[in-house]
Structure formats: C-alpha cells, structure tokens
Write a protein of this length. Structure first.
Length: 496
C-alpha cells in the first residue's frame, strides 16, 4: 500500500494546480516548489522511484518564510527519513502500517534545530521497514507503507538501506539534501550505492530523541548530501546536547562550524591506514580503490597498509546487543507515544504484523523481532556489549591508529548495487569494514569513488570518537582530489 500519504490536497496546496507537469530530469532544482514537481515527475511517475512517502503540506509556506532568514541553510529543502518525528501534518511510520496514523505533533530535536537554521522540511523518505531490524531476509528499501524504493542508477538494483529513500532522493535530485539514520551501515551503504556523500557522526553528537529506535548504543542520525561541505553544514545545524538523551552529554564540547575552512583542508603528511582485507576481490572495486589511493598520495597523505580483520565475535555480540536494546528501547518509545496507536510494545507489533500478514509479512518475516522479544538474560547482553565495543573501539580502531601512528582509516564502503529480489533475496559483495565505526560509535564518512559497470561505489574514511571534523576534512580533500568520474543517475534498468 505505497503512497499512503501523498494526497491530492497536499499537491494542490503546494503547486496551486491539480496536476504537476513533468520536469526535465536533467535540470537542477533549487526551490521547494521545483523539488515538489521533480518528485511528481520521478517518484510518483516516470521511473517511480518510491523514495518519498509524504510531502509536507506546509513546505511552500515554510520556504517563503525561510528564504528571508540569514545563514547558508535558509530555504534549503531537506527530506527527513520516516523514522524521525516532525510536527508537520505527516505521520512518523518507520515504514510500518501499524504506525500509519502516528501523528505525534512533535519535532525531534534535530528537526527543530534544522528549522531554526532556516531549513525547509520538504517531506518524509521511505526506508527499510523498522530500519531493517524486523527480519533476517528483508529486502533493503522495502516497507509496508512505501513499497520498494528503486536505485536511480539502476532501477532493478538495490538502493541499500535502511535510509534507502534518503539516499535515492538526494541522488535523484528530489531535495537539496536528506537526513538518514544509522545503527550499522544504514547511512553509509545507501549513500555509497546511490553515489552520494553520507556522514555517520560520533554517537552522541546529535540527539536521538523522538526517533524510532533500535539501539541506544549505536543509533545516530546524519546528513546525506551531494557534497562533503553540505554534509558539514547540516551537521553543524543538528549537533548539540539534549538533556533527554544522556549520550549527548559531551556534545556541547564538540560544537563548532564543521564547514568552516573545509576548502582549505590538507592531508599533507597525514598518516592513513589502508584496511586491505576490506577491499574484497572485485577487479572493478580494486581498480577504483587503487586510483583513490593515488589521489590521496598526490595530496600528500602517507598511506600505511594494514593486515587487519575484525574478530568474528564482534559481529556475533553486536547482534545480541541490537536485539536486546531493540526490545528495551522500542518498548519505551512506543509506550511514550501520544495519541492512541494500535501498538505500545514490541509484543504488540509482532501480534499486529501477524494479524496483517498479507500486507506486512508477504515478502519476509519478523524473526529478529521475535528473537528480541524472548531475550531475558541481561548479564549476557552486558557481556556482549562490553566485548563488541572493545573489539571495535579500544582493540580495533583505536589500537590500529595508536600502534601505527595513524589519524584515519580508509576502505571501500560497499560493493556495487545488487539486484532487487523480493522472493529469493540477493546480497552484495563482501566489501567494507563499516561495522567497526558503527559498533564503536565513531565517525564514518563515505564519498563517491567512481563506478563499477555504471554502479556507484564509495570511499569510506573513519576516525576515532569525536574526530568528526578530521573525518570531514579528509572527505573534503579526497572529493577535491578525486580523479575518477562520478556517475549520474540514468533512471533505467541496469544494462539498458
């Protein structure tokens, strides 16, 4: 049941007419009204990308006011992933039909900060339902509310997730930028696969309040943009402490203008570790990565090859941590929702899905939900969190940096997009090491690195806790030095 909230009255308010003319897909919109027309042309019609779940009926009015405000973000149209609450007349669904009427009337703190900076909240983006934590055989970019999101570079290939709609929307020019969320790879993977910039900040730099949760240890929101500079602008606007989110207690010590001086950043003499085992065996990815390393060397970076592979118990224990915290955190979120939603706990969601199996469980199940609901051993959870955090942080990223006198780590973010297959499910190549930063809660940026057979691939740069500025600087320098051609969406099936 996609397009649940794309109502005709909304379009009438925004456009002033009953129909919105199709726009040339090669144009570059700059105003909110232009983006609305482009959404109509490419998301609702034409290739039908299914990236946008809802359009804010107040967007044009907000834009008229915002354009008179000072600052670099005034009037910029931004889409918000639909697990982040906004006070507009749009529900926050996490992609689930169980929350299709979840109008909370609240702005998440990060949304309130964006509005205060002049950002126009254009609408909500589709996502992998429940941020891809419901079942083990899920297909990235599918939700009961929004249907299947398509990759604009290859309509039959995955957009990755869970921030699928945000990644696709930015790549397709449906908004100036979008906000995604990540627990492990949900910003960086769709950014890489859709050929855009994605930044996952240090956990605790941005408040998570009024965001449908998975894990208080690993969840964070972050910007998805067409440039590192734009990502830094948005990060500056969203960052800051929130008394209701204890993880942000140190955020006030990190506040700065993350965009200032990025154009003058340098990597001369900066030692960067190359995670060689994260590159994989694809000749195409290897060629792109080799070119990226040459670009970085040309910029003065000192590259150190590392023979490192994470202990497998890190991934095993992360799985337990996410399931335990899902139960605790989602129960608390649902219990605190205003109004009268049909679900107030994880158990309620499981029962609701069974009662609406034709709509929700047709393509994959809810094994992860059910496993999380059964967990009772808190001691095992605490042990798993201690081990996974140690292996990713202290004995992982931090040890690699310290032992080799490094500032940063790099590796390919992800392989090229794999085919969408709702029936048998398909997956990508074994590439990347983003789980290290996700589990440790450290900053991670992906910047377009080029393409393999027309399919985008990103370069990942990772730093230690609170080194967000350093990671952004490295991303900006690489962006300037990049010699590879960055692909643009063709809005066709792959190979056509």
């Amino acid at each position: 049941m996609p397009r649940l909230f794309r109502l005709l009255p909304v379009l009438l308010v925004l456009s002033g007419c009953a129909t919105i003319p199709r726009q040339d897909i090669s144009s570059a919109p700059v105003r909110a009204s232009d983006f609305v027309q482009r959404i109509e042309a490419l998301d609702d019609n034409g290739p039908k990308l299914n990236a946008v779940i809802a359009i804010n009926p107040e967007a044009l009015r907000d834009a008229a006011r915002a354009e008179t405000l000072p600052g670099p973000l005034a009037g910029k149209a931004v889409l918000i992933k639909d697990n982040i609450e906004t006070a507009d007349r749009m529900p926050t669904t996490a992609g689930s039909l169980a929350l299709k009427d979840n109008f909370t009337g609240r702005d998440a703190p990060l949304v309130a900060k964006l509005r205060a900076s002049g950002v126009v909240i254009l609408g909500k983006t589709n996502l992998s339902e429940w941020a891809n934590i419901r079942g083990s055989r899920s297909t990235s970019g599918w939700s009961g509310v929004g249907g299947q999101t398509k990759n604009p570079h290859a309509l039959d290939r995955s957009p990755c997730g869970s921030s699928a709609g945000s990644g696709v929307a930015v790549a397709a020019g449906l908004a100036w930028a979008a906000i995604g969320t990540e627990t492990d790879g949900s910003i960086t993977c769709p950014a890489s696969i859709n050929g855009i910039v994605g930044f996952k900040p240090t956990v605790g730099l941005i408040s998570r309040r009024h965001i449908v949760p998975i894990s208080h240890s690993q969840d964070t929101a972050g910007p998805m943009t067409t440039s590192v500079f734009d990502a830094a602008l948005l990060l500056t606007a969203m960052a800051g402490p929130d008394a209701a989110d204890p993880q942000t207690a140190r955020a006030d010590l990190q506040l700065q203008d993350f965009a200032e001086g990025l154009d003058k950043a340098s990597l001369a003499g900066v030692r960067i570790g190359v995670l060689r085992k994260a590159v994989g065996n694809s000749p195409g990815i290897n060629a792109l990565f080799t070119a990226a390393l040459a670009d970085l060397k040309r910029g003065g970076a000192v590259l150190i090859e590392l023979d490192f592979e994470a202990d497998a118990s890190m991934y095993r224990d992360e799985s337990l941590v996410l399931r335990w915290e899902l139960k605790q955190d989602l129960n608390a979120y649902l219990k605190g929702l205003p109004g009268n939603p049909p679900v107030r706990s994880l158990a309620d969601v499981i029962a609701w899905n069974k009662a609406h199996a034709a709509e929700e469980l047709r393509w994959f199940g809810q094994e992860t939900f059910e496993a999380a609901h059964k967990l009772t051993d808190e001691a095992a959870y605490k042990k798993a969190r201690e081990n996974s955090l140690r292996l990713a942080g202290k004995d992982g990223i931090d040890k690699l940096l310290a032992d080799n006198k490094l500032s940063l780590l790099i590796f390919p973010t992800e392989g090229p997009a794999w085919p969408i297959d709702l029936i048998t499910v398909s997956h990508g190549l074994d590439v990347g090491a983003g789980s290290l930063a996700a589990i440790a809660g450290y900053p991670h940026i992906t910047v377009p690195m080029g393409a393999v057979e027309g399919l985008p691939v990103g370069l990942s740069i990772v730093g230690t806790q609170w080194e967000d500025r350093k990671v952004l600087e490295a991303g900006a320098v690489y962006e300037r030095l990049r010699s590879a051609k960055v692909p643009v969406p063709g809005f066709r099936r792959w190979g056509e």
